[in-house]
Every structure is written in structure tokens, then in C-alpha cells.
Design a protein around this ligand. Structure first.
Ligand code: NAP
Length: 343
């Protein structure tokens, strides 16, 4: 019989709901352990706890109304109770991403790791500002801190870039890491003005009501901080990264580029000389031969330049509740394998 692995969900919005659905649908999965959701806490919905495993059918049906988790537990949130629960082995943190300083996500992850719980998170803020501290704390507590979903959602780009280039120095990474801006630039190529393309992106659910973080490049800057930490061990601050968004790109610039078979893209770039890390986010004209030229719509891509290989690229979904939940799910299976291998 498989051993049970208890999962606590912190935040129960789009991503962690989708994770609950994935676990419900894949109960007879390839996991070496039997996955159970033992606790959920959400600032708006309340909390529920059952060390034997919550009823997944009931959990995925919970409404989005304030206090809705009272059906299974309590209308008030209690992150601490979930973290401290003896049945909880892994915390899946999917609360609010604070792009200014990573809080309260960093404190939530830190509290869980300090209780010797493994943590997986999709929270871009916590990882951008806290990855180094949290990874060190995890090592000290002999647990895992994973964050695959914080860059390019379910596309396993961190694992790929970290694990698939042994023996060579990654000299440069370049990517399109924000689907909203790539969609807007694409629609501008088809004749829309910036404001029209943004409005359309909002109407189609690609852009937030407040699109500042996407448009001004702050979302990509956080992902650059995450990549710099994951690939080069460098904890960059916001001020270390030159950051320009796409609000200054005009329809006529796009038209001129198209006439010369070039495209405007919002490009994230990290250069690693071996001694120094240089990082920037900026709109850039890319030519037909560039691997990023053919990346369309909401798709994201990361290209890695390393040693004798030259450039290699991965592209795939960069957002979406289910895609991002898949990253949590994959992290959980990875942690389960590690736990089993240590038995
Ligand atoms: N959705 C995606 O495509 C995607 C992709 C990559 C990364 N992410 C990141 O993944 C995380 C979750 O995304 P999501 O789409 O699920 O967001 P969401 O739908 O807004 O869900 C987050 C939930 O967490 C709750 N919450 C906020 N602060 C909390 C706290 N301190 N303790 C407990 N619960 C708290 C929120 O309540 P309130 O709404 O009342 O604040 C909300 O119900 C975010 O950090 C996001 O940036 C998402």
C-alpha cells in the first residue's frame, strides 16, 4: 500500500482550485505516494482541516463566496493551523504575488519551512525576493523549496535550464515571459493601436483590469529575478535590472519593423560573464532568424545560450490556472519521489 502524503493549500483561488481538481482526477496516478489534501486556508474563503484528507468532491465544488469554506470547516482563514497540522507534509502556496517586496508570501513559505514542511509555490513575488533565503532555510530544515510554476507556469523551464546543461556555463538567457504584452504587440502588428489592443486583451481575459505590472515590464522583471537566482544563484534586486515596458512602442514603429521583416517583442535578457550578471527587460526588434521571432500570442519562450551547444529554446504556455497548477502538481510528485527514495 502507498504511504500517504498530506498537502496543505494556502490560497484557494484559480491555481490551487485547479490543483485540487488535478489531484481529484489523478488519484490513481504515477505518484509513489497517495496524495491527500489535508488542509486549505484562504483569506477570503476561510479554512478547513482534516488530517485524514478532505472530501475532494466537496472541496472542488466550494463556491467563491466569502467564508465558503465553512461548509467543510470555518469561515475565517487560518494559514498557521494548516501549516502546523501533523498530517501536512507539503504546503502548496498560491496566495497573492506582491511584486514590491514578496510579502506576505515570503513569511508564509518561511513559516512552513521552519515547521519542516516541504513547500511548492507559484507566487512570483515570494520567489523573486525570497528564493535565496527560503532555499537556504529549506536546506537547513532538510525539506524542499520548489517554484517551477513561478516562471512560464506549467512549462518546465526552470527544471530544463537547471538540469539539462551539465558541464557548461550558461552564458545568456533570453525570453518572452509575458503573454499579455506579446499578445498586444501581435495585435498591433495586425493594425490595432496600443489602447485598442490592450482593451481587447482585457476583454478576452488576457490582461488584468490594472495592467500596469504586465505593460510596464514589472511582471517580467520579477521573472528575471527568479531566473537569475535559479540559474546563477544571484539574488538581484529590482534596481539591478534595467526595466522598460511596451507602453512607449507605437503602431508606426511596429509597421516600420514589419516592413523590414522584423517584430517588436518584450524581451527579458540575463547575461552571465562568469563574474558578473547583467539583466534587463526591454522592447526589442527581433529579426526573422531570431528564435523569439516566431513566438505568437500568449505563448512564452526561453532561449538558453550555453557552451558548444549555442542556443536552445523551450516554448509553451506562460499562464493559466490549470497550466500553473500542473507545475505545483509536478513539484509535488518530484518531492514525493525524493521522500520515497530516502525511506
Ligand atoms: N493564474 C496564473 O496563470 C498564474 C501563473 C503564474 C503564477 N501565478 C501566481 O500564483 C498565485 C495564485 O494565482 P491565482 O490565479 O490562483 O490567484 P487568485 O485567484 O487571486 O487566488 C489567490 C487566493 O489567495 C487568497 N489570499 C491572498 N492573500 C492570502 C493570504 N495571506 N493567506 C491566504 N490566502 C490569501 C486570495 O484572496 P483575496 O482574493 O481575497 O485576496 C485568493 O483567494 C499568485 O501569486 C499568482 O501571481 C498565477
Amino acid at each position: 500500500m502507498k504511504r500517504a502524503l498530506g498537502i496543505g493549500l494556502l490560497g484557494f483561488g484559480g491555481v490551487n482550485r485547479a490543483l485540487a481538481e488535478l489531484i481529484q482526477q489523478h488519484q490513481a496516478n504515477q505518484s509513489p505516494m497517495d496524495l491527500k489534501i489535508v488542509g486549505v486556508s484562504d483569506i477570503y474563503l476561510g479554512y478547513a482541516l482534516d488530517p485524514d484528507g478532505l472530501d475532494l468532491d466537496a472541496l472542488v465544488q466550494i463556491s467563491c463566496e466569502r467564508g465558503a469554506l465553512s461548509v467543510l470547516g470555518d469561515p475565517e482563514p487560518n494559514n498557521d493551523a494548516v501549516i502546523r497540522s501533523a498530517g501536512c507534509d507539503i504546503v502548496a502556496e498560491a496566495t497573492f504575488s506582491n511584486m514590491e517586496d514578496g510579502e506576505p508570501g515570503i513569511s508564509i513559505c518561511s513559516a512552513a519551512i521552519s515547521q519542516a514542511k516541504h513547500v511548492t509555490t507559484t507566487n512570483k513575488g515570494s520567489v523573486a525576493y525570497g528564493a535565496q533565503v527560503l532555499s537556504t532555510l529549506a536546506k537547513e530544515n532538510n525539506v524542499c523549496f520548489e517554484y517551477e510554476g513561478s516562471v512560464m507556469s506549467g512549462t518546465p523551464v526552470l527544471g530544463w535550464a537547471r538540469n539539462c546543461f551539465p558541464g557548461v556555463r550558461i552564458e545568456e538567457v533570453e525570453g518572452i515571459l509575458n503573454g499579455t504584452t506579446n499578445y498586444i504587440l501581435g495585435r498591433m502588428e495586425q493594425g490595432l493601436e496600443f489602447d485598442q489592443a490592450l482593451e481587447e486583451a482585457q476583454a478576452n481575459g488576457f490582461a488584468e483590469a490594472d495592467p500596469t505590472s504586465d505593460i510596464e515590464g514589472y511582471d517580467v522583471r520579477a521573472k528575471v529575478m527568479i531566473l537569475a537566482q535559479a540559474l546563477f544563484g544571484a539574488q538581484l534586486q529590482k534596481s539591478d535590472i534595467t526595466c522598460q515596458g511596451i507602453s512607449s512602442v507605437t503602431a508606426s514603429q511596429i509597421e516600420r519593423a514589419s516592413a523590414q521583416k522584423e517584430r517588436w517583442k518584450l524581451v527579458a535578457r540575463i547575461e552571465n560573464s562568469g563574474e558578473k550578471i547583467i539583466a534587463e527587460v526591454a522592447p526589442k526588434r527581433v529579426s526573422e532568424g531570431d528564435p523569439l521571432y516566431g513566438i505568437n500570442g500568449a505563448t512564452n519562450a526561453l532561449s538558453v545560450k550555453a557552451g558548444p551547444l549555442g542556443s536552445a529554446m523551450v516554448c509553451g504556455p506562460g499562464a493559466g490556472r490549470l497550466e500553473t497548477a500542473y507545475a505545483l502538481y509536478a513539484d509535488i510528485l518530484k518531492i514525493a519521489k525524493q521522500i520515497e527514495s530516502k525511506r
